[in-house]
Design a protein around this ligand. Structure first.
Ligand SMILES: *Cc1c(COP(=O)(O)O)cnc(C)c1O
Length: 393
C-alpha cells in the first residue's frame, strides 16, 4: 500500500494480506491458533511478535489485522486495535491507560453506555470524572488541571447533534498533557479529520457506518503505534474484547463501499433536512449541514458534509412523535444508525430512557425529539415518507 493513495484506493486495497493461494477477495482466517515450525519458533514468537506473526486470535488474527490496517490507513493513524463492539473500543481506549487518582474531563452529551463507563466504572475505580458542556470551551478550560490524564467527547453528540471543536479542545487538553480521545461515530470515518485536528485517539463503533448494513457488532481504537501496542493491546488481549475474524471480514468489505455509501447518505440527509425546515409541525430541525445550525461553520471546517443523521423536534411532544414513528412506511423504528435502511428513533423513551428527567432536559432530549438516520433509499421517497408521517402526527 502506498501512503500517496487517495481515500477510495486505500479503502479497497489497504491492509491486504494474501495467502499462498493469492485470492482476490480477502480470506476469512477462522482460526483461534497458529502452528509454529519448532519449539524455538514458538518461544521466539511469545518473546516478540512482528506484524505477520500471530499467536492466538484474542491477540490478533490475519483477517482482523487487515481490517485494522485498512481503517488505520483511512484515518491517518499509525495503528489500530479492532474490538468486539463499539463499547469494547470506548472501554479499551479509556480504561487501558488510567489508574486511581487520575482525572478525566468529558463532554456531558454522550451515548448512554459511554456515560456508564465514565460515571460508574471509572469512578468506582478511583478515577475522578468531571462532565462539561462540550460546546462551551470555557468549561473545558475551567475543568482541566495537572492531574487530568484524558479528555473524552463525541465529535458530534447524540442525539442533539452538537458539533464539538476538536482542535480547540485538543489545545486545552494538550496544555496539561492530557490524552485526547474522540468517539467519532457521527462524523463517520469518511468525513473524519480528527487526528489532523489534534485528537490522539479515535474510536469508532464499526456497527454503524463501517458495516453499514446492520449485520454485526464491532469497534476499533486508532492512535499512535506506541499507544495501540503499548497501552491498548496488553489490556485488550488479556481482557478478551477482540473482534472475531468473521466480523473483521464483514467490516473489511464494508470499508470497500463506505465512501460511496456515506456520501450518498449525507447528500440525502441534507436534502431531507432542507425539505423539513420551517414545517408547521416541527419546533426544530437539527442538522449540522444546515446553515442555521449553531456550529454549522465548525462543521464545515471539521467535516466535508453534515453527516448522515438529523433530529427533528415535534411540537406535539411524545404523542405526536409516536404517531409520526408509527406512520412511517419506509423508515423503520429501531435504534442503530449509519445503516442502508433509514432508521427512526425516539431517544427519550429508548436509547436515553435511563437518564433522569432533569438530565434529559439539560441535554435537549425533549419528548418530541426523533432521531432520523438516513439510509440508502431514494431521497425523494424518504422526503415523501416523512412528510406523509408528519401529516398524520
Ligand atoms: C453505537 C455507539 C457506540 C457503541 O457502539 P456498539 O457497537 O453498539 O457497542 C458508542 N458511541 C457512539 C457515539 C455510538 O453511536
Amino acid at each position: 500500500m502506498s501512503d500517496s493513495w487517495k481515500k477510495r484506493t486505500k479503502l479497497v486495497h489497504g491492509g491486504v494480506r494474501r495467502s499462498q493461494y493469492n485470492e482476490v477477495s480477502e480470506a476469512i482466517f477462522l482460526t483461534q491458533g497458529f502452528v509454529y515450525d519448532s519449539a524455538e519458533q514458538a518461544e521466539a514468537r511469545f518473546l516478540k511478535t512482528g506484524p505477520d506473526e500471530f499467536i492466538y486470535a484474542r491477540y490478533g488474527n490475519p483477517t482482523v489485522a487487515m481490517f485494522e490496517n485498512r481503517i488505520a490507513a483511512l484515518e491517518g493513524a499509525e495503528d489500530g486495535f479492532a474490538t468486539a463492539s463499539g463499547m469494547a473500543a470506548v472501554n479499551g481506549a479509556l480504561v487501558s491507560g488510567l489508574k486511581a487518582g487520575d482525572h478525566v474531563v468529558a463532554a456531558r452529551a454522550l451515548f448512554g453506555s459511554c456515560l456508564y463507563i465514565l460515571e460508574d466504572v471509572l469512578r468506582r475505580y478511583g478515577v475522578e470524572v468531571t462532565l462539561v458542556d462540550g460546546v462551551d470551551l470555557d468549561q473545558w478550560r475551567g475543568a482541566v488541571r495537572a492531574e487530568t490524564k484524558l479528555v473524552f467527547f463525541e465529535s458530534i453528540s447524540n442525539p442533539t447533534l452538537e458539533v464539538i471543536d476538536i482542535a480547540a479542545v485538543a489545545e486545552i487538553a494538550h496544555a496539561v498533557g492530557a490524552l485526547v480521545v474522540v468517539d467519532n461515530v457521527f462524523s463517520t470515518p469518511v468525513f473524519s479529520n480528527a487526528i489532523a485536528l489534534g485528537a490522539d485517539v479515535v474510536v469508532y463503533s464499526a456497527t454503524k457506518h463501517i458495516d453499514g448494513q446492520g449485520r454485526a457488532l464491532g469497534g476499533v481504537i486508532l492512535g499512535t503505534r506506541e499507544f495501540i501496542r503499548g497501552t491498548v493491546e496488553p489490556y485488550m488481549k488479556h481482557t478478551g474484547g477482540a473482534m472475531s475474524p468473521f466480523t473483521a471480514w464483514i467490516m473489511l468489505k464494508g470499508l470497500e463501499t463506505i465512501d460511496l455509501r456515506v456520501h450518498a447518505q449525507a447528500d440525502s440527509a441534507l436534502k431531507i433536512a432542507t425539505a423539513l425546515q420551517g414545517h408547521a409541525k416541527l419546533a426544530r430541525v437539527i442538522f449540522p449541514g444546515l446553515a442555521d445550525h449553531a456550529q454549522h461553520g465548525l462543521c464545515k471546517v471539521q467535516m466535508e458534509k453534515g453527516g448522515t443523521v438529523l433530529s427533528i423536534d415535534l411540537k406535539g411532544g411524545q404523542e405526536a412523535a409516536f404517531r409520526f414513528l408509527n406512520a412511517l412506511e419506509i423508515a423503520v423504528i429501531s435504534n442503530n444508525l449509519g445503516d442502508a435502511k433509514s432508521i427512526a428513533t425516539h431517544p427519550a423513551t429508548t436509547t436515553h430512557q435511563r437518564l433522569p428527567a432533569e438530565q434529559k432536559v439539560e441535554l435537549g432530549i425533549t419528548p418530541g425529539l426523533v432521531r432520523f438516520s438516513v439510509g440508502l433509499e431514494d431521497a425523494d421517497d424518504l422526503v415523501a415518507d416523512i412528510l406523509n408521517a408528519l401529516e398524520q402526527a
